[in-house]
Design a protein around this ligand. Structure first.
Ligand SMILES: Cc1ncc(COP(=O)(O)O)c(C=O)c1O
Length: 386
């Protein structure tokens, strides 16, 4: 690869021209559980697919390059990647995680804490002092930015300073932006986690995950634990995700363009009380997002003045936004956090997290912008009438 090639070029060309057997332009998919020995006592590079597989390694290499890390481990799901990172903790080690972290992460941390495997403190990471206090004696700082569903922006440089002062590892879940729009290693993260299910694969047809490590030592530890626990991803899923990554930068540009158009439209509409999109000047994290991100992404949320009745009317009226959880696919999705992604939180916790009954979250897809605008207008008219 040309050493001056951009990350976009590297994403497009990941694994291209690597087949030495037949000269296949695209890397083949190795659907095999095992590999023979070349001869007695002569193992090859790969011996068993749980441990390593050429297709999975091609995806790992691509993510290592895109995140600028030392090495990556590909897991079967994003939760598998998070489980893997938690293996770096010993009994009673303290993890400091965001109050509004992804629900699956919250459930896993709590379940491990209840079994006495670790200790957890949840904190608003936009509150510098509260985070510094919580980190006293911590082994790991878990960061998500932007957060879900209110798209709060957390200062990565500040998180690194606080983690260093506490002697803690810093792990960043970069699922919402992908390496196209944010590279946590530029800010000193030790580990970057992805649900590749989302933007990296980008077509809502695979679940997968990845842990990218900043150092060879951490990368080796992740690889060892993934093999030992059996968390590694399937070759065919890796093939599809690598295929998705080739269009990552092109997709992210359209996701963002469409999200910005819709955010501006929503901001002006009388049926909407508030819009949460970091690309808007009105967003409290706008300047910070501008400095630590390479774009604002395709996720946005908004609060309807008519509360739950308006949210229901909106979600029933739109046709191009599928009512579904998950995010990051080419197709637009709409979700009602209070009854869907964040239904596990009781009403008091939902209120504390800023999740109101009128809140709607959009994963804005790459359909034609004008079509999405028309559809959102229809939804808003229904919400206003409700
Ligand atoms: C930010 C974030 N991290 C991790 C996960 C878990 O990933 P997966 O569903 O692939 O296990 C998700 C899934 O929604 C997510 O949104």
């Amino acid at each position: 690869m040309d050493k001056d090639a951009t990350q976009q070029t590297r994403a497009v060309r990941a694994g291209v021209d690597t087949d030495t057997q037949h000269g296949a332009v695209m890397p083949p998919v190795y659907l095999t559980s095992n590999f023979n020995f070349a001869a007695f006592d002569e193992p090859r590079l790969h011996d068993y697919t749980r441990t390593s597989n050429p297709t999975r390694e091609a995806l790992a290499d691509a993510l290592t390059e895109l995140e600028n890390g030392a090495g990556a481990t590909i897991t079967a799901t994003g939760m598998g990647a998070i489980t893997l990172v938690l293996q770096l903790l010993n009994r009673d080690d303290l993890v400091v995680a965001p109050l509004d972290c992804y629900g699956g992460t919250f459930r896993l941390l709590n379940a491990f804490a209840e079994r006495g495997l670790l200790r957890v403190k949840l904190v608003d990471q936009t509150d510098h002092q509260a985070t510094a206090d919580a980190l006293s004696g911590a082994r790991m700082l878990w960061v998500e930015t932007p957060t879900n569903p209110l798209l709060r922006i957390v200062d990565l440089e500040q998180m690194r300073e606080l983690a260093t002062a506490a002697g803690a590892l810093m792990a960043v879940d970069n699922t919402f932006l992908s390496p196209a729009l944010q590279r946590p290693f530029d800010f000193g993260a030790d580990l970057v986690v992805h649900s590749t299910t989302k933007y990296l694969n980008g077509h809502s047809d695979v679940v997968g995950g990845a842990v990218v490590a900043a150092t060879d030592e951490l990368a080796e530890q992740m690889k060892w634990w993934a093999n030992t626990l059996g968390l590694t991803g399937a070759p065919f899923d890796s093939f599809l995700t690598l295929r998705g990554i080739r269009t990552l930068f092109a997709r992210m540009a359209i996701h963002e363009q469409n999200a910005m158009t819709l955010a501006r439209l929503l901001e002006k509409h009388a049926a909407v009380a508030r819009v949460f999109y970091p690309g808007l000047e009105s967003h409290p994290g706008h300047a910070l997002a501008g400095s630590q991100q390479r774009g604002y992404g395709g996720m946005l949320s908004f609060e309807l003045t008519g509360a739950e009745a308006a949210a229901r009317a909106f979600l029933e009226a739109v046709q191009l936004f599928t009512l579904a959880e998950s995010l990051g696919g080419v197709e637009s999705l709409a979700c009602h956090p209070a009854t869907m992604t964040h239904a596990a939180l009781d009403q008091v916790s939902q209120k504390a997290a800023g999740i109101s009954p009128g809140l709607v979250r959009l994963s804005v897809g790459i359909e034609t912008g004008e079509d999405l605008v028309r559809d959102i207008r229809t939804g808003l008219a229904a919400a206003a009438a409700a």
